[in-house]
Design a protein around this ligand. Sequence first.
Ligand SMILES: Cc1cn([C@H]2C[C@H](O)[C@@H](COP(=O)(O)OP(=O)(O)OP(=O)(O)O)O2)c(=O)[nH]c1=O
Length: 196
Amino acid sequence: MTTMPLWLASGSPRRKALLADIGVQCEGEGVDIDETPLEAEGGCAYVSRLAAQKASVAHERHSDRIILGSDTAITLDGEILGKPCDRADGLAMLKRLSGRRHTVMTGVAVIGPAGLLCDVVSTEVFFRRLTDEECQAYWDTGEPVDKAGGYAIQGLGAVFVSRIEGSYSSVVGLPLCETAALLAQQGVPVWQGVDE
Ligand SMILES: Cc1cn([C@H]2C[C@H](O)[C@@H](COP(=O)(O)OP(=O)(O)OP(=O)(O)O)O2)c(=O)[nH]c1=O
């Protein structure tokens, strides 16, 4: 076990709350990086690159901590969808998700005594059909604006999701099973089903 405190390279209150759910306390703040996908970059490579980059930038400032960075994006028809840039973009995303399945990918990177450790978790999310009125009313709630794909499974957007295959916490922003394993490999005290 390490005595190095954990630093979350994220401004997302959801990621902090998910870690708190499994008893992991941390400080942290978001880092500003360019989130433009590289040419021909796939979703898995994209979220793992951004998670590692967020962790590396934070590590430069807080080299005395264990650093956790993460990134969530959705993929549909071979395209990466991040956060909507405006109302028109958000409505277009919701219409594309309507009545079909898409993939949510979350990359997690942890820098610590074991070096840089990364994982990517993919989850299939199935949406029921949405009417134009529903998409507009949902956008107007304000919930979609800072969410990858323009919806929140943990919020009002849950009424659009008929089922998922994979990790719920990963869709919300941090896959807890895999994150706990990465933290444990870096010596962070984290409960994994047995008391030490
Ligand atoms: C699909 C989906 C995404 N999201 C969120 C998770 C992420 O916070 C966000 C995607 O943006 P990210 O760039 O992954 O994260 P962020 O900008 O919120 O925070 P930071 O970069 O500082 O860590 O979308 C939900 O909260 N619910 C959902 O159902």
